[in-house]
Design a protein around this ligand. Structure first.
Ligand code: GLV
Ligand code: MN
Ligand code: MN
Length: 417
């Protein structure tokens, strides 16, 4: 099977140019959803896809679709997508790489003068990270109907700004109807964000499924009191309860080896003033496991820890689930297509599960979906040092180009150009 290659220098230059928007002193990116920096990133993307001859539409939750027409006007589009928002101290690759690999596919097809029968749409999903507005994978979940539009538009950031207001402010409240149209297939290439591909020396990870993840808010209620005269035995300190709970959450994940994960990454503390024993803490946390039965046991462990801490610390703790994903299986033909395409290009490939949420997760309910990874060269992500080499970025984009061509052209792959 003949294969084609992307223009690696152009891909890298675009990635680095996008990475300058919201660039942090440590070489990472701070581009929170629907901020001025997110708008600048969206505007740059729109300029690039317009220059590539695409037609742009924006839907009511701010998802951007850049369409390169196919020769068959009735064919459902093949989508390539990811996100441009980042966490506050993120890197230049998480999300942006998937979007710009999609752009490189379209640019390369233009260079080669290749027409596909199905249209190709590059998608920028709104608020994937869930860092400014919760929950995560919001735009893609509204597109698939998993999250209601009204609920999504009413989510607020810590300053009380709603998504509806933020979209209006940056001029990305579009009028394209949301979802409800056929999608032929969805492709997302992403950095792994963990160390496994690097450890194993594989250049591509074909994602066959996901961990199961459950997200909660634990509200720890104590009693406000003076920090001085109140005797130690009198206290009901919500922060001490939350600290004990955080250690337990960490222990629960560690006790499952590499199959478990657990986190308590976000805290709200009331009244959060010097002089007053904290009366309430809201601790966002999540548990993950590749095996749903084991995840249920982790949740039982969490409930047992809560009961113990309530008794020991004189606080009460309620646990409310607010989001979950997985376990999902990706379409076997699509993950097989990724492995086969990687092999044809001469790239080693292993099957892998995603532990992180991605827009590809909700998209599995909408159409045949492929998610695949390139190595994270530094082994970590959601960190300014997140890095994949130019060669690693080219590998993923080459697989994307050839796999998309097979699906969008009904199996016709052009001669190398
Ligand atoms: C974030 O990416 C998550 O998986 O929670
Ligand atoms: Mn991402
Ligand atoms: Mn991320």
């Amino acid at each position: 099977m003949k294969t084609v290659k992307v223009d690696g220098e152009r891909l890298w230059a675009s990635l680095m140019e996008m990475g300058r928007i919201g660039e942090t002193p440590g070489g990472g990116c701070r581009r929170l959803a629907l901020t001025d920096d997110d708008k600048a990133a969206r505007d740059l993307f729109c300029r690039w896809v317009r220059d590539a001859g695409c037609t742009i539409t924006v839907d009511g939750i701010g998802n951007i679709f850049a369409r390169r027409d196919g020769t068959d006007p009735d064919a459902a589009p093949v989508m390539i997508g990811s996100h441009l928002d980042t966490v506050p101290t993120g890197g230049k690759f998480d999300g942006a790489y998937g979007v710009l690999a999609g752009l490189e596919v379209v640019r390369r097809l233009d260079d080669l003068d290749v027409a596909t029968s199905a249209p190709i749409e590059i998608v920028v999903w709104t608020n994937e990270e869930g860092a400014r507005f919760s929950p995560m994978t919001l735009g893609s979940s509204v597109f698939t109907g998993d999250i209601a539009l009204d609920f999504a538009l009413s989510r607020t950031d810590p300053a009380g700004v709603t998504i509806a207001e933020a979209l209006e402010r940056i001029d990305y409240a579009g009028n394209e109807p949301i979802g409800g149209r056929p999608v032929g297939a969805y492709f997302e290439v992403h950095v792994e964000q963990g160390p496994l591909l690097k450890e194993g020396g594989e250049r591509i990870g074909a994602v066959t499924g996901s961990f199961m993840a459950r997200y909660f808010v634990a509200t720890v209620t104590g009693e406000a009191a003076h920090v001085g005269p109140t005797l130690m035995e009198q206290r009901h300190d919500a922060l001490v309860g939350a600290a004990a709970l955080t250690l337990e959450i960490d222990r629960i994940g560690r006790s499952r080896g590499r199959e478990g994960r657990s986190n308590a990454p976000h805290i709200e503390l009331f009244p959060n003033v010097r002089g007053v024993i904290p009366s309430e803490v809201r601790l966002s946390c999540d548990l993950r496991n590749s095996d749903p039965a084991e995840l249920a046991k982790m949740e039982q462990d969490l409930q047992a820890a809560i009961s113990r801490i309530e008794g020991e610390r004189g606080v009460s703790i309620s646990l409310e689930p607010y989001f979950e994903f997985g376990p999902i299986r990706f379409d076997a033909a699509m993950s097989g297509l990724i492995s086969e395409t990687a092999r044809e290009i001469g790239l080693s490939c292993r099957d892998i599960l995603t532990v992180a949420g991605h827009d590809a997760v909700p998209m599995t309910t909408c159409c045949p979906t492929a998610l695949f990874f390139i190595p994270s060269d530094t082994g970590i992500s959601h960190n300014e040092t997140e890095y994949s080499t130019p060669e690693q970025c080219v590998d993923g984009a080459d697989v994307l180009l050839n796999a998309v061509l097979k699906v969008a052209s009904g199996g016709v792959v052009p001669a190398p150009g």
